[in-house]
Design a protein around this ligand. Structure first.
Ligand SMILES: Nc1ncnc2c1ncn2[C@@H]1O[C@H](COP(=O)(O)OP(=O)(O)OP(=O)(O)O)[C@@H](O)[C@H]1O
Length: 596
């Protein structure tokens, strides 16, 4: 009940902030419409008694009142709907903004790897889509509460025993709350299967995977796995719905018995001459209304409980993701303008959330200011993980990452991010304009055509604006429009152009930036970077860290770090590592022989 009340209060606050006057207008119209219903019963009583007494003018006046009230009842709720429709939509936008702020306000991205958090996000997004219904339910619930109050007063004035009728509506309401909890728990339990089913469906129909799905003739298997996952969800939800419906039905049967009892009681009184015909009509009409009110309350409660559960999930996510007071020890002024002492990793260990095995062990590295570092190692050695830790996307499980002697944990994440230029291995391909894709590197320069064109040229993508209809503002991809599809290498160059837009990075990270480029293009690319790193070195002591499997490129780096199963097994310059004859020399030799 506390969650429900808190949710209702919060929903009202959200709707008020979305559009105060529209909400007030909608609330007044709803209240008017709901008040009209019991007044119709009163007018009907007057009409019946006037007709029985043969009082024509009074009967006519009551008939007119009934007609007017009926029109008010129908029209007020309809016009209210027009007002709260938009309020609900705006409130939904507000909730989505809050969720986005929460997910991106947390220091790192670790929570995106936590199934519990992601399940809850899926449920929240589904719940947010019901915000309009939630606002509607809240207003109607207020109207219904007023209606129940007026109905109760009318019944009690007739016979105090009739108070039992609205009271008999309470147990079904409480039972309905329990029924909703049964549903919520079931939804939480099948959250992972729900996401799996949605993912498999996306794989089966998305343009990115459909080619391989066809070639491997995997469509049948995908569909079978999708329907198996969906059946698991439906079986569990079906059972929960059944249990919930049985509970709700039990409550309604209880009320139906009370309803029958009230009608029998008032008819006996009329037979005994203690009640007028009009009063019998009043009770029968009000009792029917109470029955509608009860099922209305139950339906609205279910919707309100759904909205309250969504808002409760949002609070739980906030508690989980926002730093506790005192926990945030960052200092905005701490980041130096230039790196004097470079970047240092001290005994860094790291495990992904929920994983039982660490990916990095006791990694210690000293990267001098201005250095160019290559990280090499076999697949799964931990290279991308190391890079993500350098970017502050994850925090070490043990040890520290220091920039100029400052622990990254002590820096506001946004301050550090503002000084990074990155092309990650799984870089984003935004199905937006060419400008958006390049300009994402430095949003302040999104409208700066000259800077964007120059960045594209430096990444070897100078021909893209001519190739894409609409130039910089031309659309890429087919996600929602008829955009241009780029080749893998073109997308990668576009990703690279983002790194060239950053004006004063302290750390340039390139995780396999040329995996889709040919060897000559990769060589040229790194020569260009080496030249600009030399410039940056003078200006800001910026460090360049790149991951590559091409040793002809790797050998250009001043410092080469060899990772093996999450440990640094060798580090140094090319000549020294070759002379040592260790893993690096072995891998280099293997690749050199393959090219011969
Ligand atoms: N988000 C994640 N959650 C859990 N485990 C992960 C995650 N990302 C990577 N891993 C695991 O961490 C290990 C190291 O992965 P990483 O991507 O750092 O390797 P890598 O050296 O960059 O490999 P590659 O050369 O194939 O790109 C792998 O065993 C991988 O399964």
């Amino acid at each position: 009940m506390r969650t429900l009340l808190r949710g209702a209060r919060e929903l009202a606050g959200l709707a008020l902030r979305a559009d105060r006057w529209r909400l007030v207008r909608a609330a007044l119209l709803v209240l008017l419409g709901y008040l009209a219903t019991p007044l119709i019963a009163v007018a009907l009583m007057g009409l019946t008694d006037a007709a029985v007494a043969g009082d024509g003018p009074a009967a006519g006046a009551y008939a007119l009142a009934v007609a007017v009230l009926l029109v008010v009842e129908l029209m007020a709720v309809h016009f209210a709907h027009l007002s709260y429709f938009e309020v609900g939509e705006l409130a939904e936008v507000g909730l989505n903004e809050r969720l986005g702020g929460l997910l991106h306000g947390a220091r790192g991205v670790h929570h995106f790897d936590e199934p519990q958090v992601m399940n809850s996000v899926t449920l929240m997004r589904e719940g947010f889509a019901q915000t309009r219904e939630g606002v509607e339910a809240l207003l109607q619930f207020c109207g219904l509460a007023l209606q129940v109050g007026l109905t109760t007063v009318l019944l009690v004035r007739l016979d105090p025993w009739l108070l039992l009728l609205p009271l008999a509506a309470l147990p079904p309401v409480l039972i309905a709350e329990r029924a909703q909890r049964v549903l919520d728990t079931a939804k939480e339990k099948v959250g992972e299967s729900t996401r799996l089913a949605a993912h498999l469906l996306a794989v089966a129909v998305s343009p990115a995977s459909v080619k391989e799905v066809r070639i491997f003739q995997a469509e049948q298997q995908l569909i079978a796995r999708q329907s198996a996952a969906w059946q698991r969800v439906s079986a569990a939800l079906g059972a929960a719905h059944l249990r919930s419906a049985a509970l709700r039905a039990g409550g309604q049967i209880f009320f139906a018995l009370a309803y029958g009892g009230a009608i029998v009681a008032v008819i006996s009184r009329a037979v005994a001459g203690q009640a007028s015909v009009g009063q019998v009509v009043l009770v029968i009409t009000l009792a029917v209304q109470v029955s509608v009110q009860v099922s209305g309350v139950l339906g609205l409660l279910a919707r309100l409980q759904g909205a309250a559960a969504t808002l409760a999930r949002l609070h739980a996510a906030r508690r989980r993701l926002e730093p506790a007071p005192g926990e945030d020890r960052t200092r905005a002024d701490a980041l130096p303008a230039r790196l004097e002492r470079g970047i240092r990793l001290e005994n860094v260990g790291f495990s992904y959330p929920g994983a039982d095995r660490p990916v990095l062990h006791e990694v210690s590295l000293e990267i001098p200011p201005g250095a160019t570092v290559a990280v090499v190692g076999e697949n799964g050695a931990g290279k991308s993980t190391l890079v993500k830790l350098l970017c502050g996307l994850y925090e070490p499980t043990s040890g520290r990452v220091l920039a100029d002697g400052l622990d990254l944990r002590d820096l506001p994440p946004e301050a550090w991010r503002a000084r990074l230029a990155t092309l990650l291995q799984d870089f984003a391909r935004f199905e937006l304009s060419l400008r958006d894709n390049a300009g994402a590197g430095e949003l302040r320069r999104l409208r700066d055509d000259e800077a964007i064109t120059a960045a594209l040229a430096r990444a070897g993508a100078e021909r893209l604006p001519e190739m894409v209809p609409g130039g910089l503002d031309g659309l890429l991809g087919h996600g929602y429009g008829d955009g241009v599809d780029l080749s893998g290498g073109q997308w990668q160059r576009l990703g690279l152009s983002r790194t060239h837009l950053r004006e004063d990075p302290l750390l340039l990270v390139l995780d396999e930036p040329a995996s889709a480029l040919d060897a000559a293009a990769e060589h040229a690319l790194f020569e260009r970077y080496a030249a600009s790193a030399g410039q940056a070195r003078k200006e800001s002591g910026a460090v360049t860290v790149f991951v590559s499997h091409r040793f002809s490129t790797v050998r250009m780096a001043e410092l080469i770090v060899v990772l093996d199963q999450g440990r640094v097994v060798e580090s140094g310059g090319h000549a020294r590592l070759m002379a040592d004859g260790g893993l690096y020399a072995e891998l280099y030799g293997l690749q050199a022989r393959a090219y011969r």
